[in-house]
Design a protein around this ligand. Sequence first.
Ligand code: ADP
Ligand code: NI
Length: 217
Amino acid sequence: MNNIDIISKTITFVKEKLKNAEGGHDWFHIERVYKNALLIANDEVCDETVVKLGALLHDIADSKFNDGDEAVGPEIARTFLEAEGVEEEITNHVIKIIENISYKGGNVKKDFSSIELDIVQDADRLDAIGAIGIARAFNYGGFKNRGMYDPKIAPNLKMTKEEYKKSTAPTFNHFYEKLLLLKDKMNTASGKAIAAERHRYMETFMAQFYAEWDGEK
Ligand code: ADP
Ligand code: NI
């Protein structure tokens, strides 16, 4: 099968798999990550097929929704790619991307690195910042019944990740916990440049939010 066919088959497969996915990880998230990945890949020497397949399959099963079982996504992806007769080398690389992409605050040791993983990881991180990142955060917070902001607990940088998870910290805390940290975690030059823009946008949003909260004009 040629590369264009496998990409369009993968798109159909992922759309179908994610048709009941929650808002933060639906097909539109995958589509944005795919576009971000292609944008970054333009500036890098890389295997575009691996980048495309990695972006399309990176959230095929989020472990948060599979009782924390991190093997589910890679297994689904492997079964699909093997059934489609994709070369073993490409399949193995895509699986490595899925296994290693997740942001876990750095407690997961990276046992693999490649430019293709760097690209897909940057593309996924870009979708967590900027205007889309803000929207996703409040969407997630609403889903969890969290408040937007509480001046007594935000910004609370002293909370550990475990304390934060147990707490009912409002969505605004998530900016300090994760969103504002992402620009310094980018791998590629073009990823860094796009992240810097989106970071500034979040800072502007936060300043405006605080001003409106305080009843300023
Ligand atoms: P990823 O897709 O990078 O693995 P997550 O699954 O952790 O990220 O989160 C999906 C989306 O939900 C992201 O945009 C993230 O910022 C947002 N999110 C995750 N945890 C929280 C939280 N505690 N409060 C607000 N938004 C959150
Ligand atoms: Ni993702």
